[in-house]
Structure formats: structure tokens, C-alpha cells
Design a protein around this ligand. Sequence first.
Ligand SMILES: Cc1cc2nc3c(=O)[nH]c(=O)nc-3n(C[C@H](O)[C@H](O)[C@H](O)COP(=O)(O)OP(=O)(O)OC[C@H]3O[C@@H](n4cnc5c(N)ncnc54)[C@H](O)[C@@H]3O)c2cc1C
Length: 437
Amino acid sequence: MSAASRAKRNDPELEVTVLERSHDVSYSACGMPYNIAEPEREIDDLVVRQASVFREKQKINLLTGYEVTSLNTRNRSVSGRSETEGEFTLSYDKLLIATGASPIVPEIPGVDSPGVLTLKSLNDGREIKRYLKDHSVRRVVIIGMGYIALEMCEALRRRDIKVELVKPRPRLLPWMDETLSDVVRREIEENGATLYPGQTIERIIRRDDERALDVVCSRQTLTADMVLLAIGVTPNSQLAEKAGLELSVRNAIAVDRCLRTSDPDIFAAGDCADSPHEITGKKRYIPLALRANRSGWAVADTVSGRETEVQGVLGTSVFRVFDLEIARTGLSLSEAIEEGFAPETVSIKTRSRAHAHPGSTPIYLQMVGDKKTGRLLGVQMVGQEGVAHRINAVAVALHAKMTVEGFSQSDLAYAPPFSPVWDPLLTTANQLVKRMK
Ligand SMILES: Cc1cc2nc3c(=O)[nH]c(=O)nc-3n(C[C@H](O)[C@H](O)[C@H](O)COP(=O)(O)OP(=O)(O)OC[C@H]3O[C@@H](n4cnc5c(N)ncnc54)[C@H](O)[C@@H]3O)c2cc1C
């Protein structure tokens, strides 16, 4: 919808058709965990713009309930099934594939039992809210410990629901130093949820008599009224693949800097497409909202006659778990090693406000630099305040390809309620500079 709106703004004469298989367009998926935390709030509060506005005000031919099932690149057409019109075929001059991603569902027995849910679309959010209400859910097992799993853990605990999280890999948030991930673990445990990392999930059994679900893991069985699968997403690239378009990392649709696929008249953007990493230049699959929106705009500009490139991604992200802000940008230590850098790192604990200023809370940072070139490679951060927006300074430095030493000389703001005189980022950079010498 970002692409369609911008294309119409650029050129009101352009004929723009959007085919959407659901009936939801333009909503804040990212707001769903916070909405689910509040039983009284309507999930439809998350709708940003109604379909009627796109149709009537913006004159976009928005067709909801239309699922595209095939793409013919030779005669430039898409075909599929509409809920109301049956089979359809539409031709195009330029095509944008923006089919998003689907939650990964593990192939284990019982995963399709009623009460085993995922959270991706607004309809998933609706379904979860309905299930929580209709089944007076008291216990939830979450499979996965990524950011959506942790946001949902907080949402469910706020509703006083017992939450247990389980995953096969041994460490919580493996992309951060253990001193940082331990802070997150303690926050989750202090808020009454239990973490079981390092356990394979073998099957899910629904006990019909009690409507309870047993999640059978390698070392124990967890019992719940509802199970949430949150183990990541996979790009919806099947249409592109069937049509012979090139795919890349993790089966995402391969695009160039103008979001063009291997067919010059077809673009792909958002969670279905890959992106180059700003530091390594290599293709990565990091499905996040800003990249999706920015790519939509860029495609609209290119299609309206102004060829537009977008920069790559750094995986800059932030999320909240209870009272903690957790953020990252660039490469973690293990990623830097995998990418062939000679990384050096420091991990420090400092504070969010000036020494004598009341209300200061700890901030934990890890910074990674490359010993060979001196280049700043990434930062991970955890704390109760001053984390979410501070990470953006590092993201800008990474886009500017700064060295750790150069970054340590940045003129960052200071006043007692906001930071020590030496901003936590500068303290970390100073220490890393010493270590890299
Ligand atoms: C719970 C949750 C929290 C999140 N929080 C954050 C966050 O805090 N920060 C952040 O950056 N990102 C976050 N994200 C990710 C962000 O929402 C996505 O990156 C973004 O929505 C991707 O947009 P998109 O347009 O590519 O895909 P989508 O918004 O998924 O849109 C794709 C659309 O294509 C439709 N479609 C698919 N196949 C077909 C077909 N064959 N025919 C017709 N229509 C089709 C789908 O129905 C869907 O409406 C979150 C996601 C979730 C689920």
C-alpha cells in the first residue's frame, strides 16, 4: 500500500491495481503484541488507513479477497482466484511483488491442533484475542525466544497468564554477549515467565477431555491452554520461484538496489525480498518494517520515471521486554567472525544518567570493531532507559563507515537527566579503541 499510494501521488494518471488475498490492508503489525496485552482494546484499532480511503480518495484499484496464484512473465499477467469473481487474470506493464512472509511452522506431530497459533497477520491477532477470551486461557507455552516471542511473553504476563518459553538452541538472544542476555533473562524471570532453552520440541498432544495441550520436549512436557509458535518467518516467494525469478538467501526474492528482480519489469519489496547488508555487501534476509516501507516508496518512484536506489540494511532493531529496552545494529561478535573480520569487542556496564542524578539505571553495551581496518562493526545494548534511540547514533555511524576511533570523537549531547558527560556509547568506544591498539 506504501508503493501504491506513492505511485498515485507521483502520477495521478497511473493505473494502479493492488491484489490482496485478505481483507486487511494498512495496519500496524508491530503493534499487535501491545494490543493483545489489553483485552478491552479492539484489534482493529491498529488499522492505519481503511480500504475505502485507498479506493475513494486515492483512486487505487484495491481488490481485497483476491489471491494471486501464478505469474506469467512472458505475457505479463498475474492470475488467481477472487472470493467474489472466481478466476481472474490481469495484465501489467510493471509488477511489484509484496507478498510478505509466513510464520515458520515446525513439522512436528500435533502442530495443527486447535489452540496452536501464530502471530503474523491482523487476522492472527484477531484469532489470538478471540482464543484467549473464549477459552479462558490461563497457561501459554511459547515456542521460540525471538523478539515477537518476548513481546508476546510480556503481553500475556500483563494479562496475568502463566507463560513458559521453550526453544531448541541453548542461548537466549545468541547475538548478544552473555552478560547482556543474562540481564534480559533475569528481567523475564523476575516477571514470572519461565525459559527453557536447549530443548527440542518433539510433539504437541491435545487432551480432548480437558482441552489442554501437552508440549512434549526433549527433557520435559509443558502443559498449556494455548501454544504460540514464534520461531521466525519465511519469505512468501513461491509465486516468484514458480515464474522462474531468481531467489537468494533463505529463499527470499533476489533484488538489486532498485528492488528489481531478475525480470526487469518485476520488482519485489518487503518481507518477501532480500537486502544487501551495509557492512558486508552480502545478501541478507532481515524482514523489518522500515525496509519494507522504504522499498515500496523506491519502487513507486522508479515506476513513475525516477530511478531510485535504496541503501542496504544493518539489522537495526529495538524491542521492549517488560521494563527493558533491547537494541542492536550492525554485526554481532559471532557474525563478525563468520564474515571474516578480525573483530575485537568490549562489553561494559554504565549508567543512563549523570552520576549524582536521581533515577539512573544501568545500561549494558557491547561494541564490536575490526582490528584490521579500525572500522566500527556493531553495537548491542540493554537497559531500562536510553537504549531505544541511542542505537540510532550507531546506525548512522555504520552507514557512514566510521572507525571506532572516529566514532569515539563524536560530539554527542549531554545533560544530567539523559546521560553521563561521557555518553555510554563514547565510554564503550574509548575502551574499544584502547583494546584495538
Ligand atoms: C507481531 C509482529 C511485530 C512486529 N514488530 C516489528 C517491529 O517492532 N519493528 C519492525 O521493524 N518490524 C516489525 N515487524 C515486521 C513488520 O511488520 C514487517 O516487516 C512488515 O509488515 C512487512 O511488510 P510487507 O508489506 O512486506 O508484508 P505484509 O505486511 O505481511 O504484507 C504482505 C501482504 O501480502 C498479502 N499476500 C501474500 N501472498 C499473497 C498472494 N499470493 N496474493 C495476494 N495477496 C497476498 C498478505 O495477505 C499480506 O497482506 C513485526 C511483525 C509482527 C508480525
